[in-house]
Design a protein around this ligand. Structure first.
Ligand code: PLP
Length: 368
């Protein structure tokens, strides 16, 4: 959709990347690192300083105890952390539970790892899971469940109780939880992010994944990380070493600076995203989409069935070409494609003026 947006000069609300810049202090740290000669291979599992900074942040923000020497792996993005974690832990034929809707990469990563994806429904409003459906998905074949909170694309934030339900099943079936917490700081209406690994008995069986991309608006830097117990980390580090060797050295330096930003940075980040969310949800509703407020992350999965009888792909292509606003077809986020046929996903990680112009274009398109 990004390519189609570029081809048609459309505002790209498809791919989840900001059109605003990283904090100046973080950018300067990257420039300084390059100028000071940090341009060669880093330690394969991440620079010592960055691993220490990640371990400190994991303790203070996530409530996770991690030893930077044995439990932290710096990777080329959280996407790589997820793929490396799956390859490191899943054996041929193992099942991996992936609640749907999901971030598209989990399914191919599972297949590359030799695993078999198994899906349960993540409800877009109300309780996240149907307890019976979730229980029925676990079996002796379940190697892992992938939990993404705050969730892309549904904007769901899992409560402690919901995580506990998953945790108990992981313990009962000797399964791992692989958690994608890349949107941990982008969370609304006073909600608090809860990390699975902070729950009783879960530290040993959780791989916690996050990165710099979303929190510091540096999606092109490709720095992420995985936190896990020593034995699991050792396997993740091997996969990481033999696939990418190391994450970009100067951006690891900048990552250390990023992790020193004061609390006020994170408060402002969430507040500004919440303002954008409120504006875009209301505007989409006025245009005729059915959309509710996401609880976290920066996407809206909007239903367009009152505007058009087309399927999601045709509609997404048409608004990209005619309205000049790009969105992602909803079926991309579901294994059972029918669940996304009347939906498209908009990202609101954009400047206010970009969002205002996008909403003007959609309004004109709908009233034509
Ligand atoms: N995880 C989720 C849920 C995402 O939505 C995205 C990007 O859209 C990523 C991971 C990618 O993060 P990274 O840039 O660290 O690979």
């Amino acid at each position: 959709m990004t390519r189609l947006a570029e081809e048609h000069g459309a505002i790209n609300l498809a791919q989840g990347m900001p059109d605003f810049d990283a904090p100046p202090r973080v950018k300067s740290a990257a420039i300084k690192a390059i100028e000071e000669g940090f341009n060669q291979y880093e330690t394969t599992w991440g620079s010592e300083k960055l691993r220490e900074a990640i371990a400190e942040k994991a303790l203070s923000f996530n409530g996770i105890q991690a030893d930077p020497t044995t439990d932290v792996t710096v990777t080329c993005s959280s996407t790589e952390a997820m793929t490396a974690s799956i390859i490191a832990t899943v054996d041929a034929g193992d099942e991996v539970i992936i609640p749907e809707p999901f971030y598209e990469n989990y399914v191919p990563a599972t297949i590359i790892g030799g695993g078999r994806p198994r899906h349960v429904r993540l409800r877009e409003s109300g309780p996240s899971f149907d307890e019976e459906e979730l229980k029925a998905a676990f079996s002796s074949r379940t190697k892992a469940i992938i939990i993404n909170t705050p969730n892309n694309p549904a904007g769901k934030v899992l409560t402690k109780e919901e995580l506990k339900l998953v945790a108990d099943l992981c313990v009962d079936f000797n399964s791992l939880a692989i958690t994608d917490e890349i949107y941990e700081h982008i969370i609304y209406d006073g909600r608090k992010h809860v990390s699975m690994a902070s729950l009783d008995n879960m530290g040993e069986r959780t791989i916690t994944i996050s990165g710099l991309s979303k929190t510091y608006s540096v999606t092109g830097w490709r720095v992420g990380y995985a936190i896990a117990a020593k034995g699991i980390t050792s396997a993740i580090r091997k996969v990481h070493d033999y696939t990418t060797v190391c994450a970009p050295a100067p951006f690891q330096k900048a990552g250390v600076e990023a992790l020193k930003l004061p609390q006020s940075y994170y408060v402002r980040l969430a507040r500004e995203y919440q303002k954008r969310r409120d504006f875009v949800v209301k505007s989409l509703q006025k245009v005729g989409f059915s959309a509710t407020n996401p609880e976290g992350a920066y996407y809206i999965l909007a239903d367009f069935s009152s505007l058009s009888a087309e399927d999601d792909t045709s509609f997404a292509h048409r608004i990209t070409k005619s309205a000049k606003v790009a969105a992602v077809p909803g079926s991309s986020f579901f294994a059972y494609k029918g669940l996304g046929r009347t939906k498209v996903r908009f990202s609101f990680a954009k400047k206010d003026q970009t969002l205002r112009e996008a909403m003007r274009r959609l309004t004109r398109f709908a009233t034509k």
